[in-house]
Design a protein around this ligand. Structure first.
Ligand SMILES: CC(C)(COP(=O)(O)OP(=O)(O)OC[C@H]1O[C@@H](n2cnc3c(N)ncnc32)[C@H](O)[C@@H]1OP(=O)(O)O)[C@@H](O)C(=O)NCCC(=O)NCCS
Length: 179
């Protein structure tokens, strides 16, 4: 049994907006908080990781969110998937996207991220999404290595706003969907 099997994964429900806001805010700050001014960070967290933002996301047609919990029921991480919203020229009509994937640092590198991605790939495939896209910070080489191993190739770049700051992001594409 791998370490990733110690976690329970379930689909998030409408009642999980506050839990997701806490998890989304905490894991974003832990991973990337040091990169931004307090003003830019606060604006981004309010826009993307507030309870209201997750309530909207949970109600968005075609979006699915998974939550992973440790054995003691502590939230460990989450993944958001749905139709692709990245700025891809001539985007395929059925393109899907892994929109967010964040784990607490304490549970990283144990296979949980790969397990969540496998669940999302199967679900996206079942929804008829093909191909799949993911946006990743240009300097997040660890995540890029994982996505390359799972069959994603770089197809473009764009600027992702965090408050008034612009992050350079790579757009990755995976022709194969399930598996
Ligand atoms: C990226 C992430 C979801 C991967 O999940 P994970 O469970 O840690 O990864 P797995 O154990 O399944 O696979 C290991 C691979 O993940 C990547 N990885 C591991 N820790 C990482 C970290 N702190 N940051 C980025 N990538 C990481 C590496 O490619 C690693 O492979 P390696 O051992 O050859 O270096 C997770 O590390 C994470 O949440 N990181 C912080 C947030 C983040 O960067 N999210 C991605 C936004 S696009």
């Amino acid at each position: 049994m791998s370490q990733a099997d110690d976690f329970t994964i379930r689909r998030a429900a409408a009642t999980d907006a506050a839990l997701l806001a806490e998890l989304g805010t905490g894991t974003f700050i832990e991973t990337f908080g040091h990169l931004y001014t307090p003003e830019d960070l606060a604006a981004f967290l309010d826009q993307a990781h507030s309870t209201a933002a997750y309530a909207r996301l949970l109600g968005e047609p075609g979006v699915a969110i998974w939550l992973a919990f440790a054995a003691d029921s502590t939230p460990a991480g989450y993944l958001v998937a749905g139709p692709c919203k990245l700025p891809v020229p001539a985007l395929e009509a059925r393109a899907g996207e892994i929109r967010r994937l964040y784990l607490w640092r304490a549970v990283q590198s144990g296979g949980l991220g790969t397990r969540l991605l496998g669940i999302a790939f199967d679900w996206l495939g079942g929804q008829g999404h093909t191909p799949l896209y993911i946006g990743v910070w240009s300097k997040n080489v660890g995540a890029q290595r994982l996505y390359a191993r799972l069959g994603f190739d770089k197809v473009g770049e764009y600027d992702f706003p965090v408050g008034r700051h612009l992050d350079r992001e790579f757009i990755l594409r995976r022709a194969r969907v399930a598996g």
